[in-house]
Design a protein around this ligand. Sequence first.
Ligand code: G1P
Length: 899
Amino acid sequence: MKHLQFIDEYGSFSIEQPENTSYLYFPLASETGLKSSLTPNLGGDSKTDQETFLLEPVSAENLHNNRSVRNFWLVCENGKVFSAAGASAEQEASKFTDFQDHSRVTAGFMWHTLERISSSLSLETRITSFIPVNDNVEIMYITVRNQSNSIKNLIPYAAIPIYGRSADNIRDHRNVTSMLHRIRTDSYGILVRPTMSFDERGHRPNTKIYYVYGCSGNGQNPESFYPTVEDFLGEGGTYTHPRAIYENFSGVPSGSSAAGKEAMGAFRFPELKLSPGGKAEYILLLGVEDNEADINRIFEKYNTSDKVIKALEITKSWWKEKVNTGFHTGDADFDRLMKWICFQPFLRRLFGCSFLPHHDYGRGGRGWRDLWQDCLSLLLMDPCGVGQMIEKNFGGVRIDGTNATIIGDGDGNFIADRNGIARVWMDHALWPQMTTKLYIDQTGDIDILNRQASYFKDAQADRGTQIDALWDAGQGSLLRTEGNDIYTGTILEHLLIQQLTAFYEVGDHNIYRLRGADWNDALDMAPEHGESVAFTCAYAGNLRELASMIRLLESRSPGAEAELIEELQILLNDDTGLFENIEAKKKLLASYTQRCRHRISGRRIAVRLSELAENLERKADWLTEHLQNHEWIDGGTDEGWFNSYYDDHGRAVEGFFPNEVRMMLTGQVFSIMGNVASEQQIRRIVNSADRYLYRKEIGGYRLNTDFHELKFDMGRMFGFAYGEKENGAVFSHMTVMYANALYRRGFAKEGWKALKTLADTALDFDTSRIYPGIPEYFRSDGRGMYHYLTGAASWFMMTMITQVFGVRGQAGDLILAPQLMAEQFDEQGEASVSLVFAGKNLEIIYENPNRKDSGTYTVFSAVCEGQQLPTDDLGHVIITRRILDTLSDDCHRVIVKLI
Ligand code: G1P
């Protein structure tokens, strides 16, 4: 039998005996901040932020023993004990034997049901866990069914240890912080209010109350409580063999209190009499609030089965509607996988890059790249408000082209960095422009380039190499002019500063310096002489695209000029002789950054848009030629690729080395995407990538070959075992960007191979061992790692929509330029995508009766609401904004016939 099966078109799935697979976890979250992870035995944890963990924080390796988290026990008349979470010593011991309970997890967006059937006890239990959209409470809705022919008398117990403090205290003063606990039982459960937030830099009074409440499906309260771990386990007891349950300890009544101990949300319900086939229901509520009134409000809201079932339905439909993109291809499982991939960007927005068992780093919050990547998927699913979000995010750019890296909650909230010299990631300036470009394409709002945004200011100056001694926090984190006014400039100006400062910051090979790292965070040991050829290619592409955005702006108001800060004139130097001169470039950059170190003049110059565009194009052309002349590695007639990096000794990292071939994917992705590689070179790159990097059975294209060297002059990645994370894993984000680049250049077959191999491996449960979705990477045995929270999801989704289905904005119009392969059409020769564009619900259906491959078909006709749609010079269907605006709010079908 297949391990994992989809059960509906939204990607809901079920899996039998999931506890027999290691490292499985499932995310649940609310929009208001509660985030949980659940394992098949209901292990995992729950928190609102780093400081506020309701359940003890777990890392992936804790999951093997993580049996002490959410439990619901039933004690039978004959003294036999059953854990509905499967977390009792007996159930654990019968694993992998014929006596194992039958278990199944069924799950969909933000809900998770664990069923267990004990044939020896004739009991069936079902625990559905979910977090309502707008409350910080995890709900466990439990049903118990008597499968025997006789009446059963059962005593039910809830048992959930309440950690109730900061994740930092897992090792730092774990015991001392339990002394802060003040614990109380009331009619429906247990509340823990720590007296303070323990932090030796400055203890703070605490206001959070953690709780576990429970009642039966018709509101009946528990009768006896075990408010501390010691009360519940008893001397020598364990979570899988708690003495309170096995020896029927009496517990304490409601209204009791305890203090200074590890807290336990455990209680016993009155005895339950279940007739044959009879069913009973229980509700457990786990949460954290600032006051008791809110806890009571939550309890009132969810204290009966009817209320809980209704809330579950609302939660399910909320998330289903959020994921408003759907694919129909010849492979139904792929389409369902895509549902999860489209859902993942929401998870990344809620969880950041922390707070799932593999993601046991960071303190929440998001990084600069995530900020912009989240916008990509939002632009495709929920674009309202993204324009404003983008404008606010530009406020994180510094006048020297670097950006804030400490990002607070809410949009545009950047926090000053005053502690020493900060790390600069040289790729950071790339992503805002890519997102702005997608925004303009999807919405047509080219005027965003003229909108004003402030600049971020802190002590970091001269692109993170100096401290501005004249700045202090009292001056605030907005850039000011010499006249002390807060300065704002256009978004176009921000983009120019980002792209142009990067252009001059070159190393010994006249390639952009690597600095603290680029996209590959683990290339962090070459700050002096390291250079990133890969991202120099990407920036070359960016310069050209910025020029084309400027030309679009110009086309709307011919002859127009851009108002720019006077200092920027320095960066507009247009002398190709200077481009060749590394020292002169460095000097030029220094003269700019020094002039802007503390404040700027506030004076502006006007530059014609056409002149600006030409200026950028010349730089892009020079870069392309330079890269072509110096970075191509010739691999024989049919092979070759671009060197991606220089190490801290200034040596090219890739090529034919005495003991091995060294090749990295990153340089290939961006030379293709940035239009640096010629078509002929792309063919050769693909051959080399297939030869040196491709491993079909583990997801496809690896990030690099095995260098067999620690390379302390490059980065921590070489310390990782080969095949793990940034060292040679199939790193989904880069593989998807490889596919994206290939599609952009018309290499559909090759792009599809990259995407399909990732998808096939993710769906092959026996290899990937993950629930549906795209993991951050597949390691060398194919296991999917760091599941759910990855920028790869946004890019996968974007590539499927805008490239594979070719449904993309073009200055606000919609164009349809499919690059689907024959195998992607169903038996009727159809493939379709449903999405929202320009606020309209559209279903784009491609009919390919002859089942031709991309490149061999052309558009024969295209019809929307009985209206024939035109095609452009490239043969792409165009639906103008004007036509889109006339469409009603219903769903509209666009039928495109291909011949
Ligand atoms: C992760 C980080 C991302 C970084 C990448 C490579 O990727 O979140 O910022 O660029 O590793 O080091 P992700 O999880 O987005 O796939």
